[in-house]
Ligand binder design. Structure first.
Ligand SMILES: [Fe+2]
Ligand SMILES: [Fe+2]
Length: 177
């Protein structure tokens, strides 16, 4: 394993390898968070919300998989770290999506940090690989914000909540997950 400067098509530097393994963990933790949210939404009697979170859970597994495959592709070593327990307790539809948005903002910061690291290590392949995630995070934050806006609009009105639940029930797995 090399210390810093990676070969153009060779192994990852130690720093990049460690950071991407950390990101695999972040994405698996994201999956865990959304799975906990799916259970909580079901408990709240909101099957559409539960479906949306379940789809997002699958999408996060896909994100972890992208990083996993990339590490292997670069002939580097995958290290699977322990996954933390999500803190999802006594939520409402609104607090679930507020937590989702805060979580995605955190992930956006992680991706930005990775991007900065790739640049400082002159790892162009990793820099380009991360572009997909930069764009994905714009979408993730916008999706959560959109539901928050709708929930604030209906302001706890049961009919409104029912309508949003029906809409979220239509989400199917994203093809780019
Ligand atoms: Fe993700
Ligand atoms: Fe997405």
């Amino acid at each position: 394993m090399r210390d810093s400067q990676p070969l153009e098509n060779g192994m990852l530097s130690n720093k990049i390898q460690t950071a991407i393994n950390q990101q695999i963990n972040e994405e698996l933790f994201s999956a865990y968070v959304y799975l906990a949210m799916a259970a909580e939404a079901d408990r709240l009697g909101l099957p559409g919300f539960s479906n949306w979170f379940k789809m997002q859970y699958q999408e996060e597994l896909g994100h972890a998989d992208r990083f996993f495959n990339y590490v292997l592709e670069r002939d580097a070593q995958v290290e699977l770290l322990p996954i933390n327990q999500p803190e999802i307790n006594d939520e409402s539809a609104l607090t679930l999506f507020e937590k989702a948005l805060n979580h995605e903002r955190h992930i956006t910061q992680c991706i930005s940090g990775l991007k900065d690291l790739a640049k400082s290590e002159s790892d162009h392949a990793t820099d380009v690989f991360l572009e997909w995630f930069v764009n994905e995070q714009v979408e993730e934050e916008a999706n959560a914000q959109q539901v928050i806006d709708q929930l604030r609009l209906v302001d706890g009105n049961p009919n409104g909540l029912f309508m949003i639940d029906r809409e979220l029930a239509t989400r199917t797995a994203a093809p780019d997950a």
